[in-house]
Design a protein around this ligand. Sequence first.
Ligand code: ADP
Ligand code: ASP
Ligand code: MG
Length: 453
Amino acid sequence: MTTNNIAVLKFGGTSMGTAETMNICADVISNKIKQKEKPFVVVSAVSKMTDTLIKLLELAKNNKKHDLNTVFQASKDRHFEILKNLTKNAELIEKYSKIINAKFAHLFEILNGIILTSDYSEKTQAYVLSYGEDLSSDLMELCLIENGIKGKKINSNKLVKTHGSYLSSDVDFIKTKRAFSKIAKEIENGTIFVMTGFFGGGIDNEIMLLGRGGSDFSGSIAGIALNAKIVEIWTDADGVMSADPRIIKEAKSWEEMNKDIASEMARAGAKVLHPKTISASFYKIDILIRNLFNRAFNGTLINSKLYGDGVKGVVSDDDYSILHLENQDMFGSAGFVAKIGIIAKENNISLDMTTTSETSISFTIKTKTLNKVALKAFNSIADFSIVEDVVKVSVIGENISNNQILEKLFTALKSSKIEPLMISMGHSNNNIGIIIKKNDKVKTIESLHKAFF
Ligand code: ADP
Ligand code: ASP
Ligand code: MG
């Protein structure tokens, strides 16, 4: 239980997309202050900026200077456009123009450094990608000041302490809590911090990312470290829904959802939430998913309660390939799967869905992780073939591994003439996965959604 009344408010990329949407965020923050809550703000990069930074890294790596300059200039212009629309105050324009200019100049130097040195280490990649949130938080600070709110940007690499891999690091909560305790007094005195999402910092505060979509998790980390009352994730959809509303127009919004189901939905591809966001629920902190563009919707509340059996969502995840391995010697032998596991580990390939017969094994992997060395190694232990362009569609819910659900699922697939390529249902009882051809994706989601909702 907490008494400090802190509400962590995380705003996503679309919410950071324009000066207008930033002003709506400021209005949400202002309402919280009026209700005597103490907001702590976490922001994503301006929409699509992280993708743009990835593109810039690629262009630098491949020495495509001309394209790099064009993309770089466009993203710089976009940030200045937001700045210009946030304030008419000459002093503030000058101050923030200097900040933004200096950051873009530095970014340009780093990108040119990559061209010159071919240094494409994960450490450098993480550093470049952190610019998205570093810039958006400056703009959000300005937005708050312009709205009469005592906003103060703060860099998360000094607060969220991490270790492990630069692109997807792990959080040290003891060190993180200690770091956050240093700003508790200021929060108490009414400062509204705007923290960069998406990354933390290692021993020397070097940038370490939390993985794509990780700003939601940053919100939860702040919530845990500050012992907050609530973590609110402000996005552009009506909370966690029964399907991606971009695919299914009539998708249903949930008012409440169990944390494990929400996390399962996220892991299976529901982009609305980073899977690790639910970690706040383990500390009995409520998580609320709200829509910045439909504030009439009260949000999806995620907590530890169980909300009853049944399907809660049909979710998809793109860009998989299936690898089929066949070897007659596999029959009754020990250690064949171990050989596959070693090859996968050595090549940094994560095996996803797996199905077997006595003499064959098939598994899905993310297509981008396929590489020639691994394929050669797989080929040395078995005959193999690849099916590219497949998608995983998952039916998620509480206690759904039963005949009633399976009957509905297969009836829907049959009537839509969809042939699954692989199927998985296991111990968890809350996830049934099917692999289908990419071209069947929308039809599959539509037919399953219709069957269950
Ligand atoms: P943000 O930038 O706010 O973090 P994201 O783009 O990461 O937002 O996530 C929100 C998007 O997630 C929505 O626009 C929606 O298209 C998508 N989405 C996918 N599956 C679901 C789902 N089951 N419920 C809600 N939104 C979903
Ligand atoms: N900007 C980061 C990304 O696009 C983090 C986030 O938005 O959650 O992955
Ligand atoms: Mg997101």
